[in-house]
Ligand binder design. Structure first.
Ligand SMILES: [Zn+2]
Length: 566
């Protein structure tokens, strides 16, 4: 239902508006506007003045705000939503990778080798062949081999992390440079995949990647600056106006500060400062120091990222009951708690008392429980703060822990694109969890029903950064790549409005940006996206096929498709 709304007396304009006499700078009219306010109100037109939303209402309400210098966009029944906010994404490293050997979206070993070969030939001066994005389900058992790389790049080292970043594919030259031999022990937080003779096969799991990574010349600030701008450009083209960077290392921190200082950072960004799991609470003063320097332009470094486990596919995800083997027998593998669970509550209590937000990576049910326990301990010590702590990934949640999210006010930070029954799930996950635990995966509707705030993120470049595709999967639990498949645990499907809320108001809440963004209401900032069709209508086709035509941040176009005005 269209909703009439009084013209707001608010004026957020700074610098002063181009239009005097109360006329709008931009009017979007004649479309379906989902405001995502608490009543989920619909409107037909919206006026923007300076950085802010001046008014929202019917075409008639807004018409008087159109002056001679107002840009009027006829929406032609397209959809307007608040700008998407991705609360778990790696735009800098993904942007850098996009500019290097980019293996994303290319399916199968022959195609990977073709891309690597072409890239190596085109970059004869590159000391290392770097890139990322291959998918585990293109390799038997999820394990790539060095011989394939040796055939095309024998002389220079190659290091290519998988699309989820948990496995590194290397050639023989890289193993030599890292000094990895039959005698090299596995590090405590990772594993060197070996053949029957104990020789490394060319796949390094989790922390074992660092044996090679430590030898790679670090990305320069120039690389990172270019990567950040490439990542930002791409995310804006998908309607994303704000995000939370899930791993802000000191280098990436400097890249954000530099971009924000130059005025190049058009997105609103919360940085999650990386918690070095090799160290303890002696690093907290450094985090405080970085936060105090980390408020420049649209960047704020107010979150701390704690990575509590790995992933299930390589048995590094921390589980309560052991993994099964391929024949369904119990093993002694329970995954790895990266941060000592005895110490974690103490760390989180200190961070919470310092008004940091904690952003967890937790995949297995034990890691999720350890994160919840730590937040509960912090609340016992500090009372309920405004930290809005969140647990990302939440693949496997023990049913007893589902209601704890709502009860403790912990935000469920979902990556909905993973909740599908594809090869990795069928072959590398379900057999090793067994039938009962397999049904505990990605319980988004249960979380919502039990009172949790849901927020969403892509984990790009692990998976697509396109929120519309991710929302489609949240709603259907079927991959956009094979839409006729059976849905994965269909009881956990979300309603479209809830998926949209998670990517807008829910994520704005996590980013502490909900007072200014996340809904389209007078007085808020004009951060929004225009989508080429109304995905709420029956004949709109698959949600993931909709495209963004215009993205505004603070009333300024940061992406515009020429199709908008044709
Ligand atoms: Zn991530």
């Amino acid at each position: 239902m269209p909703r009439a709304s009084a013209v707001s007396p608010h004026n957020l304009c700074d610098p002063p508006p181009m239009n005097s006499n109360g006329h709008a700078d931009i009017v979007l009219t004649g479309g379906a506007i989902q405001t995502m306010d608490s009543a989920r109100s619909w409107a037909r037109a919206l006026a923007i003045k300076g950085e802010g939303i001046q008014a929202v209402g019917t075409e008639k309400d807004i018409a008087p705000l159109i002056g001679p210098r107002t840009r009027v966009v006829d929406l032609e029944d397209r959809l307007v939503v608040p700008g998407f906010q991705d609360v778990h994404v790696h735009p800098v490293s993904s942007g850098v990778d996009r500019l290097r050997c980019d293996l994303t979206g290319s399916i199968g070993l022959p195609r990977y080798l073709e891309i690597i070969d072409t890239y190596a030939a085109a970059h004869p001066d590159a000391q290392w062949i770097l890139g990322a994005g291959w998918s585990m389900d293109d390799f038997p058992g999820g394990i790539p081999r060095r011989e394939d790389l040796d055939r095309i790049v024998p002389d220079r080292p190659v290091f290519l992390p998988s699309r989820d970043g948990h496995t590194g594919w290397v050639n023989t030259r890289a193993l030599e440079i890292a000094g990895i031999t039959r005698e090299t022990p596995d590090p405590p937080d990772g594993r060197i995949e070996r053949d029957e003779r104990g020789e490394a096969v060319g796949a390094l799991q989790e922390g074992a990647q660092n044996l090679v990574v430590d030898r790679i010349p670090r990305d320069t600030q120039e690389d990172l600056a270019a990567g950040l701008l490439e990542g930002q450009r791409y995310l804006h083209s998908l309607g994303i106006t704000a995000w939370q960077d899930a791993i802000v290392t000191p280098d990436i921190f400097d890249a954000y500060l530099a971009a924000a200082g130059r005025g190049d950072l058009t997105a609103r960004v919360v940085g999650a400062l990386w918690w070095d799991r090799e160290r303890g609470d002696e690093q907290i003063p450094e985090l405080v120091e970085r936060r105090s320097r980390g408020s420049v332009g649209r960047f704020r470094a107010t979150s701390v990222k704690m990575m509590q486990d790995g992933v299930l596919e390589n048995f590094t995800g921390a589980v309560i009951d052991p993994y099964l083997d391929r024949d369904g027998r119990t093993t002694d593998k329970r995954g790895i708690s990266f941060i000592d669970p005895e110490r974690l509550p103490g760390y989180v209590t200190q961070l919470d008392a310092l008004d940091f937000q904690v952003h967890f990576h937790a995949i297995g049910d034990r890691a999720v429980r350890e994160a919840l326990d730590a937040i509960e301990a912090a609340q016992r010590a500090n009372g309920r703060t405004d930290g809005r702590h969140h647990i990302a990934h939440i693949q496997l949640i023990h049913p007893d822990d589902v209601p704890r999210f709502g009860a403790l006010g912990v935000v469920a930070n979902a990556q909905p694109y993973w909740a599908v029954l594809e090869g990795q799930m069928r072959n590398l996950t379900i057999p090793f969890l067994g039938p009962e635990r397999s049904t505990w995966q990605y319980p988004f509707r249960s979380l919502r029903r039990s009172g949790a705030v849901l927020a969403m993120g892509s984990d790009w470049a692990v998976s697509t950064a396109n929120p519309l595709v991710e929302i489609e999967v949240a709603v259907n639990r079927v991959s956009d790549l094979s839409r006729d498949d059976e849905p994965f645990l269909p009881d956990e499907r979300l309603d479209l409005i809830d998926g949209l809320a998670a990517f807008t108001s829910g994520s704005a809440y996590v980013n502490h940006l909900d007072a200014e963004t996340g809904t389209l209401e007078p007085g808020k900032l004009a951060d929004l996206a225009v989508i080429d069709r109304n995905i709420f209508t029956r004949d709109a086709g698959p949600i993931g096929e909709a495209r963004v035509l215009l993205t505004l941040v603070g009333g300024k176009a940061v992406y515009e498709d020429p199709a908008l005005e044709t």
